[in-house]
Design a protein around this ligand. Structure first.
Ligand code: BES
Ligand code: ZN
Ligand code: ZN
Length: 512
């Protein structure tokens, strides 16, 4: 701890401030009288009647008509938003597009853009929704809740006065639907939003604040609060475990590494056992292969976003009633250059015994993951998924809107793609092209940690495959979507929390 005294971190500081904010979403059949604002999601002219009726108490409300809104600048396309001035409080109307084209992604986005159209001081908010998804009003309530909470997220850890206020009250009103049915969906939406928000908080936390040791302490605390087991391993134990990858990357840092092991078990019968492995580099300078100066490196405090996505997801399993066992291995260390740092040409020994020649110390993610994957391969899990901010190459190939997925089993890869589609965290499959494996050959060790100039996301995955044994496995590279340059729909500027809801969904859908 003494290494961080210069940061003057107050005792009151918490790396997950969002947990103080997110409380609940309440489905009502009439809005409370004292709301600061209401948002309505509509998709046809007749929906505006409900808006008008439900807002009847608002004095001085103008007559709403579809053409009138269009004339005022509203667009006839999904996600278009307009603020209608009223004497009482602001009314925001969001277009969900034609009723037969409404999807859960559109509804989530509509709730998010509606929230963003409000002034940041509106804290008691009602969302009315005349549009429900075919066959599933419950799901509509869920995604509207997610969109609203995630759009209002901001990292509140370190500003005296935040520009946005957290929501104090969120009411949902779906005319013609029974509150009790919808409440289940709203509750699930809160759980999902929380998984992503916890991930965002951790990835947004400055690297000097969130050391591996602190991250391990946070995991222990979250485990107590949300009902999962946490075991942490420090340097000595990692030597005993033979985790030479994590130890090697850690060698240049004064902060101890941590292997954080998480476990969740359902109360009733278990229907499967999923293994998760997360990259937890709390700061990636590149090490001796130091990254050149570039604004991108401000983002390297988020190089633990894979581990944070898993930790975020674990906060939801008990409350969502997940019915499988889940085991996770989070590999946490800084990657820094120093007199004790690992060097180019060094050979590290992985947990599974394979030797690795280090050709670039900035390709450190795969070196820590190799130990986590080895441990997962030794365990009784029936499939392994790893998630990591692994390669700039994945970001070059697919941009920042989606992650990459590769794996040794198409059914498992498909589950990842399906889970991503369900929560609007899209992932695109790249081929695990085995003819490129020779690029990782080393003259002096079993494998090298660096491939050729091309297909960097694929050669990184080929490296990881060496450590999964005979497990069915998929790898998710989130280097692109881990962060956003600006607020956009449910994504907030900074860490996006990408992957947390995907993993939650994967676990909810998993069967051995
Ligand atoms: N953490 C980076 C990858 C990254 C880049 C994440 C941009 C998010 C945004 C990773 O450790 C890294 O440095 N990868 C190298 C690998 C290369 C040396 C083979 C890269 O992608 O350049
Ligand atoms: Zn790196
Ligand atoms: Zn990295």
């Amino acid at each position: 701890m003494t290494e961080r005294e210069h940061l003057l971190i107050p005792d009151t500081y918490t790396p997950t401030p969002i947990l103080h904010d997110i409380v609940t979403a309440t489905v009502v059949d009439a809005f409370s009288a004292d709301l600061d604002a209401t948002v309505w999601v509509v998709s046809r002219e007749s929906d505006l009647e409900a808006v008008q009726q439900r807002s009847r108490s608002a004095v001085g409300q103008p007559h709403l008509s579809w053409d009138g809104l269009l004339a005022a600048g509203w667009k006839d396309t999904a996600r278009s938003v307009i603020v209608v001035p009223q004497d009482s409080h602001p009314l925001v109307v969001v277009n969900a597009g034609p009723p037969d084209e409404v999807t859960s992604d559109i509804l989530r986005d509509c709730a998010a853009v509606g929230l963003r159209a409000l002034t940041a001081t509106a804290t008691r908010v009602g969302i009315g929704c005349s549009v429900v998804l075919p066959r599933s009003p419950e799901r509509a309530a869920q995604v509207v809740t997610e969109g609203a909470w995630l759009a209002r997220y901001s990292y509140r850890g370190l500003k005296a006065e935040s520009t946005t206020q957290p929501l104090a009250l969120l009411e949902l009103l779906f005319p013609g639907h029974v509150p009790a049915d919808l409440q289940r969906g709203a509750d699930e939406g809160v759980v999902l939003a929380r998984t992503a928000a916890v991930c965002r908080d951790l990835a947004n936390t400055p690297p000097g604040y969130l050391t591996p040791e602190v991250l391990a302490d946070v995991a222990v605390r979250l485990g107590e609060q949300f009902g999962f087991g946490v075991t942490t391993y420090g340097r000595k134990e990692l030597i005993d475990l033979g985790c030479g990858g994590l130890l090697g990357v850690n060698a240049g840092s004064v902060e101890e590494p941590r292997l954080i092991q998480l476990s969740y078990a359902p109360v009733g019968e278990s229907h499967g056992h999923l293994g998760l492995v997360g990259k937890g580099i709390t700061y990636d300078s590149g090490g001796i292969s130091l990254k050149p100066s570039d604004p991108m490196h401000l983002l390297m405090k988020m190089d633990m976003a894979g581990a944070a996505a898993i930790l975020g997801a674990f906060t939801g399993f008990r409350d969502a009633g997940a019915s499988i066992e889940v085991s996770a291995w989070l590999l946490c260390t800084e990657n820094l250059p120093s007199g004790s740092a690992y060097k180019l040409g060094d050979v590290l020994r992985a947990r599974n015994g394979k030797t690795v020649e280090v050709k670039n110390t900035d390709a450190e993610g795969r070196l820590v993951l190799m130990d986590g994957l080895s441990l997962a391969a030794e365990s009784s899990v029936d499939a392994v998924i790893d998630i990591a901010t692994l390669t700039g190459a994945a970001m070059r190939a697919l941009g920042t809107s989606m992650g990459a997925v590769l794996g040794n089993d198409q059914a498992i890869v498909d589950r990842v793609i399906d889970a991503g589609a369900e929560v609007d965290e899209p992932v695109w499959q790249l081929p695990l092209e085995r003819s490129y494996r020779s690029e990782l050959d080393s003259h002096i060790a079993d494998i090298a940690n660096l491939g050729g100039a091309n297909a960097g996301a694929i050669t990184a995955a080929l490296f990881l495959e060496e450590f999964v044994g005979d497990k069915r496995w998929a790898h998710i590279d989130i280097a692109g979507p881990m962060s956003a340059d600006s607020d956009h729909e449910w994504r907030s500027v900074g860490a996006t929390g990408f992957g947390a809801r995907l993993i939650h969904q994967l676990v909810m859908d998993h069967r051995s």
